[in-house]
Design a protein around this ligand. Structure first.
Ligand code: PAF
Length: 299
């Protein structure tokens, strides 16, 4: 085994045994070794605080690759709100336990920013052909440059054949596909379905910050999306936009930030539907200080 610190002791009777890399050089050596053996590499990039949605991505990766890497790195450059970055849940020990329960063969990369950014935390300014200015891009300026930059670094380090992203961040998924084109990377980017609580709430690391009453209120987000999907064939886009705003007008727990029906390819908001195009509805809601996003395919 290379110089990874490969054994972690959670506590005396509950040892976790898995490869954990914190240094870029160590993981690069391991990747070179695996490439030399012609093994396929699957990669799930995460910011930790792992939940069943992440684990579903890891399971998918385990089924379709010889080796699976998971990165756990809260990327500072994609946060445009210092408080959100500070409060982002960090639960490394619990994350490692969840992963090792799934498979002790998973290789984890949990670096600090210096390792990922090679010393200098420079953000690349990308032209994602307009995808970056829609929805999340409007409300989180610079966010997608941060995502693009970190994903580029992580892809360069891990050199995956396949990389797995959840459709909850559908815009991010489209951006990463565009990044792969722009940077001419040979990574197959795979989108996986949104994982939901029984209540319908989309799983997110941020859900850990919800109060009891916010948690009880938030299934409404998916309920509204499902009703929009049901009515999409018969009601106009304007009617649906107004209806969604009304649903949140007097809500004491949830504040609507945006709702949009958009072309699923270029993510441009639409006013009417055309035949032959795919549409999705996108929503962002604040539950107190916690920002929740969700989306649904409409046709
Ligand atoms: O979706 C996330 O958790 C992050 O945006 C990602 C892709 C790991 C990049 O930091």
């Amino acid at each position: 085994m290379q110089s990874a610190s490969n054994i972690l002791f959670l506590h005396a009777f509950n040892p976790i045994s898995m490869e954990l890399y914190t240094k870029r050089l160590d993981i690069e050596q391991e990747v070179a070794r695996l490439k030399n053996e012609n093994l396929s590499i699957g990669f799930v990039p995460t910011m930790g605080a792992l939940h069943k949605g992440h684990l579903a991505l890891v399971k998918e990766a385990l089924c379709n690759n010889d080796i699976v890497f998971v990165s756990i790195f809260v990327n500072p450059t994609q946060f445009n709100n210092a408080e959100d970055l500070e409060k982002y849940p960090r639960t490394l020990e619990a994350d490692l336990k969840l992963l090792s329960d799934l498979s002790s063969s998973i290789k984890v990369f949990a670096p600090n920013p210096t390792e990922v950014y090679n010393g200098e935390m420079k953000v690349i300014s990308y032209d994602f052909e307009g995808l970056e200015y829609e929805m999340e891009g409007k409300f989180r300026p610079g966010h997608f440059d941060g995502v693009g930059t970190v994903v580029k670094h992580l892809f360069n380090i891990i050199q995956p054949d396949n990389a797995y992203f959840g459709e909850k961040d559908y815009q991010q998924l489209q951006i990463v596909k565009k990044l792969v084109d722009i940077e001419k990377l040979s990574v197959n980017v795979i989108g996986c379905p949104i994982y939901r609580e029984d209540s319908g709430l989309a799983l997110s690391s941020r859900n850990k910050r919800l109060s009891k009453s916010q948690l009880e209120a938030s299934p409404k987000i998916y309920k509204v999306l499902k009703e929009v999907k049901e009515d999409f064939g018969t009601k106009s886009v304007k009617w649906l936009n107004d209806w969604v705003s009304d649903q949140f007008k007097n809500d004491s727990e949830l504040k609507l930030e945006y709702f949009e029906i958009a072309d699923a390819n270029n993510l441009k908001s639409v006013e009417r539907r055309d035949t032959g195009l795919k549409y999705r509805a996108f929503i962002a809601v604040f539950a107190g200080e916690v920002r929740l996003i969700d989306n649904i395919a409409l046709n």
